[in-house]
Design a protein around this ligand. Sequence first.
Ligand code: UD1
Length: 312
Amino acid sequence: MALYLITGVGGFIGSSLARALLARGEKVRGVDNFSTGKRENLTEILDRIDFCEADICDLDAMQQACAGVDFVLHQAAIPSVPKSVLDPLGSNRANVDGTVNVLVAARDAKVKRVVYAASSSAYGDTPTLPKHEAMRPDPISPYAVAKLAGEHYMVSFYRCYGLETVCLRYFNVFGPRQDPSSPYSGVLAKFITSMLHGEQPTIFGDGEQSRDFTYIDNVVDGNLLACCAPAARAAGKVFNVATGRRITLNETFRALQALTSYSGQPNYGSERSGDIKHSLADISRAEADLGYRPSVSFEDGLRKTVEWYRGE
Ligand code: UD1
């Protein structure tokens, strides 16, 4: 049994990781400042995790949180492209300063490995598809820059201090518990909840932008594999975690029409600043080095997610 520290444990991804680890009999400690995470996500597991309400920018709190920890799953972030365009300082503070704090605390506590929630937004709008890890990053939004800076810090702490770090570039994660309520929420959480309520969703742009939407269980698998992969294959490296298929927002809307019985049409608004047009991952590096395979397809994940929001 190992002790895992999850930063951002109240978030959609963090709380899903906590559930999966508890189900495997592992010990979980978690921190969250509830800036984007939610207490409700922890309701039925709070008595089984060692939880501390703290900000990752608080170094003392991170040092206490890292004491005795084997693995850190660093998920805490302000995970929004448009929010970073409005508030680049806030994005930098949480996503860069916070990450360096977590790394310093993990290094000093001699944790075995830090796995970091990196972002596919690092690739930017380069025309090459699929995106592979050897491509030169070309971030557009302040969020993408901050997430990429976090990756560089991860690699730097491996090179300078020998702290084993693994960066997982997530591609548009979706699934149960993703918060639909903020204007910065992920598109699928927003679309599903509005369509289930008979409300018209808004597509920013022409809807022909595409994403490699990745169901949460695949991301959980990626994290668990990143903890146990041999250091020679994983430490100091960056991996795409995705499905390897892309779907446009128009196609996604049609798939959701069938699943939600929403009969209206989408409202088309103006394109969102900082957005990228297409996103698709090459997942061969994660397959080869981590033994990663996406176990849940986009269609199955979408169905499970709609069922969850419907309360089934
Ligand atoms: C998402 C993640 C980000 C992650 C990145 C790569 C969220 C909130 N953001 O960014 O953390 O690093 O993937 O994995 O999960 N859209 C609409 N209507 C809406 C909302 C969005 O048309 O109501 C469009 C956007 O303009 C964009 C696409 O849907 O073209 C996806 O947007 P969003 O879900 O916010 O994700 P990303 O910006 O791709």
